[in-house]
Each structure stands twice: as C-alpha cells, then as structure tokens.
Write a protein that binds this ligand. Sequence first.
Ligand SMILES: [Ca+2]
Length: 188
Amino acid sequence: MPITHLLARSILMELEQDPAKNFIEEEKLVLIDTDAGTDDAWAIFMCLAAHHDPKIPLKVVGLTCVTGNTAVDNVTVNVTRTLQTVGEANIPIFRGSESALVFAYDIGDDPYHGKDGFGDANLPPVQPTLEAEHAVNGIIQLAELYKGNLTILALGPLTNLATAVRLKPEIKHWIKDLYILGGNHSGK
Ligand SMILES: [Ca+2]
C-alpha cells in the first residue's frame, strides 16, 4: 500500500480504535496540504469517505495546494477534479507556493505522476474555483478559526506550512495534530 494511503489510514484507525474518545466532542477537523499527485488523490478520497461517514468524526475543512509532484496550477485542477468526483465541490481550495524555499524543484522530463500529476490521462478540463487568499494565509486563517482543533495532513513539500509558520509563528501552538508524508532518499 502506498505510504500516502497509510498516512490517511493511520488517522482513520486512530479514530476507530480509541473507544475512550468522545467522537462527537473530538471531531477531527482536517486541512490537507497537497501536491496531488495520484497518490495524494487516494488519500484525499479516503479522507472524504470519512468526511461523508456519520460514524467517523472527521471533517475536511480545506485543501491547500503546493508545487511538488506537479506544478501548483495542475494541483488545483487535480484537487478540484478529486472533490467534484465525490460531490464535495464546496470544500475550500487554496492555491499555494509555486516554488521551493531553498532548491529549485526538478520534476524531470518523465515525472512519475505524469506532467499534469494525474498520469496525463487527457481527462476533460475542469475549472478550479479557488479561494482568494494564498494557501499560506489559508493555513493561518483556518488555524486561527479552529484554534486548538485543527489537524493538518501534509502530503507534499512543506513550503506552504513553513511559510505560514514564518509569517505567523503562533500557529505552532494553534494546530492540534500534524501528520507529514515526509522523507528523503538522497539526503540532499
Ligand atoms: Ca504528495
């Protein structure tokens, strides 16, 4: 199972396996920061399935997009397509960082997820409806709105999160949980 799926499953399993929790009072409010990416789309689908399930106390309150597996404009399209597929077009989507903070992204000539991030499947076009605010400000706003109760599921490069913390260091104390799909195989 791809690690992105495992990350989404870990949240769901935590919710399902802790009988001591009062599910109604401890509803997880989840912000997904993503560079979707087909694998991220599966994680988003799993979160949206929980979002729909009245027995699972999880609500997706927003998605913030970042360049990673593909350019951020492709990510906004892919996220929009993912939400529309399951009838959740009203969850806010924020366009975020176009470039990394330190090194330039090198997606390569033959990117794993295709040039559009969704396998270059020549899907029908969709028009994203985006929030006016940049994703960095979206993270700050949602962290303040749900102060102490916001869970962030970070599935891509951490550029949006890093910039949000730099702009508003207090959010470190406002975010309840942070799950990161992170790693590095080259140590650069
Ligand atoms: Ca990703």
